[in-house]
Write a protein that binds this ligand. Sequence first.
Ligand code: PEP
Ligand code: MN
Length: 270
Amino acid sequence: MDNIRLAGLQEEKRTFFQVGKVQIGRDFLIIAGPCSVESEEQTLEIAHAVKEGGADMIRGGAFKPRTSPYNFQGLGLKGLKILEKAKEQTGLPVVSEVLDTRDVSWMCEYVDILQIGTRNMQNFSLLKEVGKTNTPVLLKRGMYSTISEWLNCAEYILNEGNSRVILCERGIRTFENYTRNTLDLSAVAALEELTHLPVIVDPAHATGKSSLILAMSLAAVAAGADGLILEVHNHPEAALSDKDQALTPEQFCQLTRKVRALRAFMEDLN
Ligand code: PEP
Ligand code: MN
């Protein structure tokens, strides 16, 4: 692939790095939490539940990229302070999306991993800005982007000096509309031969349906993913965003047990 100088796989050398207790790229990583931070009570309750259920990190959007400007846009700084409290109480690192170059440096004080969402994958100013920080970056695949375009975006971050990038397959737009997007698991296998960077899968945004998440999570493990990011809500029906794809804490708990068992089985095969 042309011009993939820093992100390309060389001599089978894989990137791995420690965040919290997890060696990302080696240990299987499970990130879970609400789509949006809605209130302190909601986020703390979910944070404790996902910790109990076997999550390694907490996710939660404080800045939400919504299709309509009239939809809930997130709590901003207040949301990040709530995530900070969730981290204090659970000991779990925090992942949250950054939407604006102006927020990058101060957000690093609140989060352990900066998420770049699908709609911003090719926001080159934002990529350069997160590339200047020392905070790991979770780079989601653009919903209309090829694997090559995606790797070029990782290249932007690496080229600024930040080597800790995680790629996240979250589904792409196709003609199929039963599912919210189409989960491209072949991208996970393809990336294993193209890049040294860790690759995780987001089956929630890929399917948009909580009933499909367990099957796609197991499939992601089988495809060789290094982890999963999942949406969990204590009252999915009342969630302010992405309610149809939120797992209950009980569903999450069952999922992590099966996912970790399959991963252990696959490690035994090698
Ligand atoms: C999210 O993680 O809640 C999100 C908005 O994801 P994506 O950018 O993949 O749509
Ligand atoms: Mn979401």
